[in-house]
Write a protein that binds this ligand. Structure first.
Ligand code: ATP
Ligand code: MG
Length: 401
């Protein structure tokens, strides 16, 4: 049997809906994949009529192709990935490749063929290709049934200008939009379970994410800073974070804990974090702040308190998890690969100088009055200036800046 070049067909949904922006989105996804798949034997990635095709190097085996497809499926913007073959534009080759592709998709019970030709100069129409390829497959797989509605496997045939692509095994991608398509946001990233998930969700919507982490240094160790870096490494694998700024908040917290009414401490820490993150956002050109808060989860996440924290900044504050249940967040963190890290113990600024009874229904005038005792603007300037930055992606990149 002929030896056809292995390819991955990358499908996207939402991008297809974006009208004349479409090619910008496609190019972005193409660039992101080129960068992120650099550990796999990919010779090139091209765009062909509504799909991307990644050409695997000669000699790439089935398992490597599968691993590469699984990886690509986790990249924002990818709705589905299929493994298949590139063939000459000859029906005989297409049939042979369909046999190989369908064998790769085992085990399954039902299948159908779905052919498309981007150019009508190919002499066989799609319907006839469906029938001819289908007949060859039925003969070779006599115990499998053809099913038009929701078959287990769809054998795709795409005939384009100079070649045909034939594929069968498909896996679902995470969907969304390619990172970089939706501007930049600044994510407040603790080493807890929630904020990495919130960051990932924004990246899946195409936002380029900059993290800001506040440690309790010098009042605590720097352990949380390393943990957040490790969490960042996980997000970085699929291009979901560009940088993490680390800011030591301990000294300001000490001041607040000494001179503010104890119940308001947490709100004041929070407002200070928001303001410092906003200062970083200005530097980075971020259009919004993002937190991992979920309504009512802990004392600080009541409507009253959220209102008081939001009032500290001018930028919009996005909370992608606000209506998500903790159990669902945990499962998402497990799928994402951050859960194990997030459940390690590392004191950050949140564990520092906590009052016994934090206010759960803070009123803004009282908060502003308490805050007026501190040189907040000066602190914010100092905090932003003293921030350490870690840039992800040692590889040269399109995804990250
Ligand atoms: P998480 O699991 O994300 O830490 P949480 O359930 O522990 O969230 P809080 O501690 O109230 O809740 O934090 C709420 C949000 O505030 C976090 O999701 C994060 O966006 C931000 N935040 C909290 N602590 C820090 C920190 N040390 N550095 C940066 N952001 C933080
Ligand atoms: Mg936390």
């Amino acid at each position: 049997m002929a030896d056809y070049q292995r390819v991955l067909l990358v499908h996207y949904h939402e991008i297809g809906l974006k009208g004349h922006n479409r090619s910008t989105f496609e190019k972005r996804l193409q660039r992101n994949l080129e960068t992120l798949l650099d550990a796999y034997p990919i010779a090139a990635i091209h765009r062909i009529s509504g799909r991307l095709v990644a050409f695997l190097r000669e000699g790439t085996d089935a398992q490597t192709a599968l691993d590469c497809a699984s990886f690509a499926a986790r990249v924002p913007g990818v709705a589905r990935v299929s493994t298949g073959y590139k063939t000459p534009r000859e029906i005989g080759d297409i049939e042979q490749a369909a046999l190989l592709a369908l064998a790769d998709a085992l085990p399954f019970e039902t299948f159908k063929v779905q052919a498309r030709r981007a150019h009508t100069d190919f002499p066989i129409c799609s319907m006839d290709m469906n029938r001819r390829v289908g007949a060859v497959l039925c003969k070779a797989f006599p115990d499998k049934a053809v099913k038009m509605k929701e078959p287990d496997v769809q054998v795709g045939v795409e005939v384009v200008q100079n070649a045909a692509y034939v594929y069968a095994f498909s896996m679902r991608g995470i969907g969304g939009l390619p990172v970089g398509a939706s501007g930049k946001v600044c994510c407040l990233l603790s080493s807890g379970i929630d904020s990495p998930v919130a960051t990932w969700r924004m990246a899946r919507r195409g936002a380029r994410c900059i993290g800001v982490h506040f440690s309790g240094r010098p009042e605590t160790s720097d352990a949380s800073e390393y943990l957040v870096r490790d969490i960042g490494d996980v997000l970085d694998r699929t291009g979901c974070i560009s940088k993490i700024y680390t800011i030591a908040l301990g000294s300001c917290q000490r001041e607040i804990s000494l001179y503010a009414p104890p119940p308001l401490r947490v709100i004041l820490y929070r407002r200070l974090m928001m303001k410092a993150a906003q200062a970083i956002s200005v530097r980075e050109g971020c259009g919004a702040l993002v937190t991992g808060e979920s309504l009512g989860q802990v004392a600080s996440q009541t409507l009253d308190n959220i209102r008081c924290t939001d009032a500290a900044v001018d930028l919009p504050v996005f909370r992608p998890l606000i209506g998500t249940d903790k159990q669902d967040i945990i499962e998402e963190a497990q799928r994402l690969g951050t859960f194990e890290l997030s459940t390690q113990d590392a004191p950050d600024c949140c564990t520092l100088f906590m009052p016994r009874a934090p206010e759960t229904h803070a009123k803004l005038p009282a908060v502003l009055e308490a805050e007026a005792r501190f040189p907040v603007d000066e602190w914010v300037r100092e905090l932003a200036e003293s921030a350490d930055v870690h840039v992800f992606g040692a590889r040269k990149d399109a995804v990250r800046r």
